[in-house]
Structure formats: structure tokens, C-alpha cells
Design a protein around this ligand. Structure first.
Ligand SMILES: C[S@@+](CC[C@H](N)C(=O)[O-])C[C@H]1O[C@@H](n2cnc3c(N)ncnc32)[C@H](O)[C@@H]1O
Length: 182
């Protein structure tokens, strides 16, 4: 976690492992999207898993290709989310998945590929009426993907929480009440 930043300090003070937890809670304050059984894609180091554990009484499952120190009351899969083979569907899917390198043009392409795979995952594992929140990076190619989301949900809002650094291109697509099954 980067030090010296207001939201990173706030996260630390509140016992969270990353400022990502603050972003998630700010999105939830605005849209109240967390409900039932939840899966968190791209969990390391685990801040969002901690926040989710506090926000639902349902099951909380995380997945990341990097390891995560156990968050009490959650399950964790140490693998790429694309390789998961699960028996259950979820009421909420939160994705903070993103490339770990700096965001030059090439990485934007990589980010978009990941975002497409996250949407594929959502189609398979989100229950009807479920909620889906996905981090994405603003670039030319992402518009088609966001348009596609509006086909699957009653409401789609693009949102940048206060705790997301002003200078970066990340935003969150907040997609509420899935209407179609695949
Ligand atoms: C911004 S970090 C997530 C921060 C996290 N949400 C938290 O609460 O601190 C993005 C994460 O996405 C993960 N990631 C990237 N590609 C992935 C993939 N294909 N499968 C699983 N995790 C992936 C990275 O390992 C990284 O930990």
C-alpha cells in the first residue's frame, strides 16, 4: 500500500489491507450493491474481502493469481479467475482485477482483455437479479463492452469513487439487477 495518501491512511487506520476497501465501501454507500453470496475477483492483498465480509451475511469468496493471507470467514482460490470451475452462482460479483504493470497503451489492451473475461465470468456466475461491479480503464475499446452490459442489467452507472486517484483512468461500472440469463 502506498503511504502518505489520505485514503491509504484511512484504510490502515480502519484495519483494512488496502485503499481498495475504501473504494468498495464508497461505491456501496452510493449504490448499496452488496447482497447475498459474493465473489471478489482480483482479491490480493485482501482489503475488499475484508470489507465484503462486513457488508453481507452471505458467503464471501475471493480469487487472485497472487496469494492472499486468510481473511477470517472467507474462502479464497489462489488461481486465475478464468480457470475457476464453480458449482454455485452469486448474488453479487465485484471485480477489481487489473494488470499489475504501469498503464501505457499496451497495458490498456491487456486491461481490456481482462475486462472482457470478467464480463464472460459474470454471464456464467451471476444470478438473475444479481449485482455486478467491475473496475475498468477508460480507453477507446471499452465502450462496446459497457454498451453490452446495459443489455444485461436494469441499470448501469459509471462511477469514480472519491478514493480512486484523480489522475488515473480507472472507473467502476456499477450494474444493478441482472435481467437476462445465459
Ligand atoms: C488492484 S489489485 C486488487 C486489489 C484488491 N481488490 C484489494 O482489495 O486490495 C488487482 C489484482 O488483480 C489480480 N489479477 C490480475 N489478473 C488476474 C487474473 N487473471 N486472475 C486473478 N487475479 C488477477 C492481480 O493479481 C491483483 O492482485
Amino acid at each position: 500500500m502506498k503511504k502518505g495518501d489520505k485514503y491509504s491512511r484511512l484504510a490502515l487506520r480502519q484495519g483494512y489491507r488496502s485503499r481498495a476497501a475504501i473504494k468498495l465501501m464508497q461505491i456501496n454507500d452510493e449504490f448499496n450493491f452488496v447482497k447475498g453470496d459474493v465473489i471478489d475477483l482480483g482479491s490480493a492483498p485482501g482489503g475488499c474481502l475484508q470489507a465484503l465480509r462486513n457488508l453481507t451475511n452471505g458467503k464471501v469468496v475471493g480469487v487472485d493469481e497472487r496469494p492472499v493471507k486468510q481473511v477470517p470467514g472467507t474462502e479464497f482460490y489462489h488461481q486465475k479467475f478464468e480457470t475457476l470451475n464453480l458449482l454455485q452462482k452469486f448474488d453479487t460479483i465485484f471485480s477489481d482485477v487489473g494488470p499489475l504493470t504501469k498503464l501505457n497503451e499496451v497495458d490498456m489492451d491487456k486491461a481490456l482483455e481482462l475486462e472482457k473475461d470478467v464480463v464472460k465470468f459474470m454471464k456464467k456466475y451471476l444470478k438473475t437479479n444479481g449485482n455486478f461491479v467491475m473496475k475498468f480503464f477508460v480507453c477507446e475499446g471499452v465502450k462496446g463492452l459497457l454498451d453490452e452490459l446495459s443489455v444485461y442489467f436494469k441499470k448501469v452507472v459509471l462511477f469514480k469513487p472519491e478514493a480512486s486517484r484523480k489522475g488515473n483512468k480507472e472507473m467502476y461500472a456499477v450494474c444493478l439487477n441482472k435481467t437476462m440469463m445465459e
